[in-house]
Design a protein around this ligand. Structure first.
Ligand SMILES: [Zn+2]
Length: 210
């Protein structure tokens, strides 16, 4: 890597640790899903590589690219890099993105059905219900473009017939958001097997309650 580029060693370590944690916790199956961090000062994205087993991933395997996908260090970035770049390009409040195909939330994504806001964690961390972005072919920039109307208002979205994307100003928070999306989907599915979940209430003053 060019010496003028920022040292992204700590970001690479954080990405590997979070990716392996996500794999252990069942948020990623096989090599699906991807994570990234963005260094706005240099315009560099650190992102998981394409198709690599999470259990053997090392910090040096993390790929550094610019917003146009030019590889500055490493080999081949995740096939979903365009989605990450599109979000960072248009929503500067975000510095980290987690993308999963976590099963309960992805079940809603393939139904193209919003996950209703029924838990306080959804109000506090996810901005309420989890909406579905319009369909786009996997790997296209349109996956990111279609998320922008949702991610500009709240830090999580379902990707139609695909999975989940969450964003935050840190990777730890983006991952927490992804876990809450999956947990919410699981709880709503369980509740719907018995009855009709009651949505949270947001009153006219904007105060939120369950
Ligand atoms: Zn995907």
């Amino acid at each position: 890597m060019n010496q003028s580029l920022p040292d992204m060693t700590s970001l690479r370590e954080e990405i590997v640790n979070t990716a392996q944690k996500a794999y252990r916790e069942g948020m990623m199956a096989a090599t699906s899903g991807n994570l990234s961090c963005y260094d706005a000062a240099s315009g560099r994205i650190a992102i998981t590589p394409s198709g690599m087993d999470y259990t053997i991933m090392k910090p040096e395997d993390i790929v550094i690219i610019d917003l146009d996908g030019n590889v500055l260090s490493g080999h081949k970035p995740s096939s979903e890099w365009k989605m990450h770049a599109e979000i960072y390009r248009h929503l500067p409040q975000y510095r980290a993105i987690v993308h999963t195909h976590s099963p309960n939330a992805t079940a809603y994504a393939v139904l193209r059905r919003e996950i209703p806001c029924v838990l306080v964690e959804m109000l506090l961390f996810l901005g309420g219900s989890i909406e579905v972005a319009d369909y786009a072919a996997q790997g296209s920039a349109a996956v990111g473009t279609h998320c922008l109307p949702i991610l500009s208002r709240k830090p999580a979205a379902l990707l139609a017939n695909h999975g989940v994307v969450t964003a935050a100003d840190s990777l730890a928070q983006a991952y927490t958001n992804a876990v809450y999306v999956e947990d919410s989907a699981k709880i709503v599915r369980l509740a719907m097997s018995t009855g009709c979940p009651i949505p949270a209430v947001i009153d006219e003053e904007g105060s939120k309650s369950i």
